[in-house]
Design a protein around this ligand. Structure first.
Ligand SMILES: *Cc1c(COP(=O)(O)O)cnc(C)c1O
Length: 390
């Protein structure tokens, strides 16, 4: 094969993106006040973020960040195992374990890094990673990096999952699923997955990036809401960038699992610890996510109001009871046009296109937050009804 010049490679990829209506445009936010944002100089009502509980600007977290930065600075200084592990990280790990009901927690830089960490540290050549087809990109990449066999079952299809699991007879088997699917908003069949994992002696790993804070008693997430705990789901991922309104992530598991990850997970070992001040802010938001039941109640009321209004106007929503309420339009160009029309009407709603979602299922990914007001939801419904019909 002849050598390809880098310039030619990039130009060909760019031409192809244009032809598929797949170009992504970066917008810059200059102000944010709850769900009101100034983005590329325009004042819009945001329905695209993941700040489900309205904690991104929680005054208690801002105060904790300020105070901890004044005391400990802004740097992580070193990796955890060198001298980056601070008392704030240790306290956050204890409080997460107590809140969610798992024995131990391990704080990591991000959910993406955590998924690479889990799969790379637990799986190797003879092992199997079984995943739902709609799992987050970082779970797919983690399995690729681990060099294990990666098998994916159609979304929520337990029978196929069982068949694929039974067919792989050697090595360790890890069954990984999003708890709440990030682009569809539905919840995984967690009880069925737990029963399958138990029957096949597989390790069940749930990525609850969109469930913790939102679902379950005291916001304990999709696993708790399904009546499950560490016995059925030995390993759990919580991310801080969604309902917890911050940045970072944590894995929850047994002493043995967390020790193993701390000793072997490269995305934990070879990276700088997050700033202690960020851990302090996340401790404040953990308390709010756990104790402010009114935030979850308000969010639930918004979800119900939006779904009722959408049904009355004949808007075809996916079956989702979470703050993620996608409106699938199918075609990339049509979805982009709808997003642009919403922008013109004063709303920021993201057009999500392949490869983030399967080919032919481009969608408006509408997200709701406790930071919205009822009137915001009603205004969006009016705009959607005018735009999506055409
Ligand atoms: C956002 C997300 C991640 C990545 O988490 P970050 O902390 O943003 O890197 C992982 N899994 C799922 C399901 C997500 O939605």
């Amino acid at each position: 094969m002849p050598r390809v010049s880098p310039g030619e490679r990039l130009a060909a990829a760019a031409r192809e993106r244009v032809a598929r209506d797949a170009v992504r445009r970066l917008r810059t936010v200059s102000r944010r006040e709850g769900a009101r944002i100034e983005i590329d100089g325009r004042r819009l009502l945001d329905f695209s973020g993941n700040d489900y509980l309205g904690l991104a600007a929680n005054p208690a977290a801002v105060a904790a960040l300020r105070e901890a930065a004044a005391a400990h600075g802004v740097g992580g200084v070193a990796s955890h195992l060198v001298c980056g592990h601070h008392a704030e990280h240790a306290a956050l790990e204890r409080e997460l374990a107590d809140w969610l009901g798992w024995p131990r927690a391990l704080v990591l830089g991000s959910g993406f890094a955590a998924n690479l960490a889990v799969l790379q540290s637990l799986l190797g050549r003879d092992d199997l990673c079984l995943q739902d087809k709609l799992n987050h990109a970082s779970l797919i990449d983690g399995a690729r990096l681990a060099g294990c066999a990666l098998r994916r079952y159609p979304h929520g299809d337990i029978e196929t999952a069982a068949r694929l699991l039974a067919a792989h007879e050697r090595g360790l088997a890890l069954l990984a699923s999003d708890g709440v699917f990030s682009m569809d908003g539905d919840v995984a069949p967690l009880r069925e997955l737990a029963a399958l994992a138990a029957r096949e002696d597989a390790l069940l790993y749930i990525d609850d990036a969109h469930g913790v804070g939102v679902l379950g008693e005291r916001g304990r997430g999709s696993v708790a809401a399904a009546g499950l705990g560490p016995r059925e789901v030995p390993l759990l991922l919580v991310t801080f960038g969604k309902a917890l309104g911050g940045y970072g992530a944590a894995l929850l598991g047994s002493d043995a699992l967390i020790d193993h990850l701390r000793q072997t997970a490269r995305p934990y070992i070879y990276t700088t610890a997050t700033p202690p001040a960020l851990a302090a802010a996340m401790r404040a938001n953990l308390r709010a996510a756990r104790d402010d039941g009114w935030r979850r109640e308000k969010l639930r009321a918004h979800i119900a109001r939006f779904r009722e209004g959408a049904a009355r106007r004949g808007l075809p929503l996916l079956p989702s009871d979470t703050p993620i309420q996608p409106l699938v339009l199918g075609d990339n160009a049509r979805t982009l046009a709808a997003s642009a029309a919403l922008d013109a009407a004063g709303f920021r709603v993201a057009a999500i296109r392949p490869p983030s979602v399967p080919e032919g299922s481009a969608r408006l990914r509408i997200t709701l937050s406790a930071a919205h007001a009822e009137a915001d939801i009603d205004a969006l419904l009016v705009a959607l009804a005018g735009i999506v019909e055409h």
